[in-house]
Design a protein around this ligand. Structure first.
Ligand code: GLY
Length: 423
């Protein structure tokens, strides 16, 4: 089977690594990919948002199945483009990807179906939004919403910051489109990510994980795309995973079907464990990054078989198997990230680090220059390790991190701290 994977980050390297082990696979392409993905796939320099070029390439190479890793192409309708050309692909469809693309849609769905989340209202103009924000306690959360948005969250600590954030949204600060703003109460608690697969009718759980969004140790500093993760996450106990399925995932899939937006694809459920119980933070319509980098090393079943079953509506026939081990990944980033950083620095020590026991290195932002790997992004590497415990996986991952360096490289030193604090 010929497979085309779409994406270029650490998540896609982890997916490519798992797909490349499939007995069903005859050839793996990735567009556009990165230098690490090129170890297991043939990378094509086609941008993930160039739908006509991706479809033309898939037709030319007689691709049997396309796996779409990233959110933007899914929200933009790449699944629809592949399927219209007769190429089977992992969804969701454009109409269902609204689950990530519109925070307002999700909030309205939660209200209608009784899915627990923060109190909120959504507005199409700033005056009423500011008036409602004034009625909530501080901090207050301001989210951009609208076509092609779905990103952009500000946690405002003062009334002035809340007003500024609302103006920023309506001035188009988070992107194009006719903006709306969701104003919601701040939820305090520990967060966790839970993953499931839906074929539109059947839903199966994957696993839980915990991301570390802030750039510095102790969860300090600005938010990033994620500085590390581990799975399983003790905060998602088996009982809590059952709640995630019964209270969140299954009602959402049923609600999407009822709204004519049948959801078939990976589901990323962002939860917060508040004093009043778990509440929805957000849904994403794809696998998490860097969570995928800790899910794939634990998945013992054949990923390609599972994703095909999801596409073909037979997830009920899938029996997933997982390793009992913990996986933990540490993001190594470019100096200055998530702000400005430089690229093109030669990465040293990759070979020695990859030989350590239980270590798997997924590339996020790398390129090949001659015989060297060089940096090409803010998040550069996901240094992943498995172990019998979080402590063992963490020790193995940091032993590998300590062998790798480039000019300005840095990593958080405390990935997994919440799990270790419980032991
Ligand atoms: N881990 C955050 C994300 O994938 O959006």
């Amino acid at each position: 089977m010929k497979v085309l994977l779409v994406g270029s980050g650490g998540r896609e390297h982890a997916l490519a690594w798992a797909l490349s082990a499939s007995p069903l696979l005859t050839k793996l392409y990735c567009a556009p990919g990165n230098a690490g993905i090129a170890q297991v796939a043939e990378c094509m320099p086609i941008p993930a948002m160039d739908f006509p070029a991706l479809v033309a390439f898939a037709r030319e190479k007689k691709i049997d199945f396309a796996v779409i890793g990233m959110d933007a192409p899914l929200i933009g309708g790449l699944w629809d483009a592949f399927e219209a050309a007769g190429i089977r692909a992992t969804g969701p469809s454009k109409t269902a990807a609204v689950l990530e693309g519109s925070k307002g849609f999700v909030k309205d769905l939660c209200a209608e179906y009784g899915i627990p989340t923060a109190a909120y209202r959504r507005f199409a103009e700033p005056k009423a939004a500011k008036a409602f924000a004034d009625t909530l306690g501080l901090p207050v959360v301001i989210k951009a919403d609208g076509p092609a948005l779905g990103k952009g969250v500000v946690v405002a600590d003062t009334r002035a910051d809340a007003r500024k954030a609302i103006d920023f949204v309506f001035d188009g600060g988070f992107g194009e489109g006719a903006p709306q703003v969701v104003v919601e109460e701040f939820m305090a608690g520990e967060e966790g990510s839970f993953f499931a697969l839906s074929d539109g009718t059947h839903v199966i759980p994957l696993a839980g994980a915990q991301d570390h969004k802030q750039v510095f140790d102790g969860d300090k500093g600005p938010n990033t795309g994620g500085m590390g993760a581990y799975s399983p996450a003790p905060v998602l106990t088996p009982a809590m995973e059952a709640v995630a399925m019964e209270t969140f995932i299954k009602p959402t899939v049923a609600a999407m079907r009822a709204r004519g937006r049948t959801y078939a694809g990976a589901m990323y459920l962002g939860l917060i464990f508040t004093a009043q119980g778990p509440k929805l933070v957000e849904y994403n319509c794809r696998f998490g990054d860097p969570e995928t980098q800790v899910l794939m090393p634990r998945l013992k079943s054949d990923l390609l078989t599972v994703l095909l079953a999801m596409r073909d509506g037979i997830l009920n026939e899938v029996d997933l198997r997982w390793s009992d081990e913990v996986a933990l990944t540490v993001v190594m980033a470019s100096g200055g990230y998530p702000g400005a950083y430089t690229k093109g620095h030669v990465i040293h020590g990759l070979g020695a680090a990859a030989k350590l026991p239980g270590v798997q290195i997924f590339h996020a932002g790398t390129e090949r220059r001659g015989g060297d790997y060089v940096t090409a992004g803010g998040r550069v590497l996901n240094v992943t390790a498995t172990g019998k415990t979080v402590a063992e996986a963490q020790a193995r991952a940091y032993a590998a991190v300590d062998l790798i360096h480039w000019e300005g490289s840095f990593a958080r030193r405390d990935i997994g701290w919440r799990a270790l604090a419980r032991t």
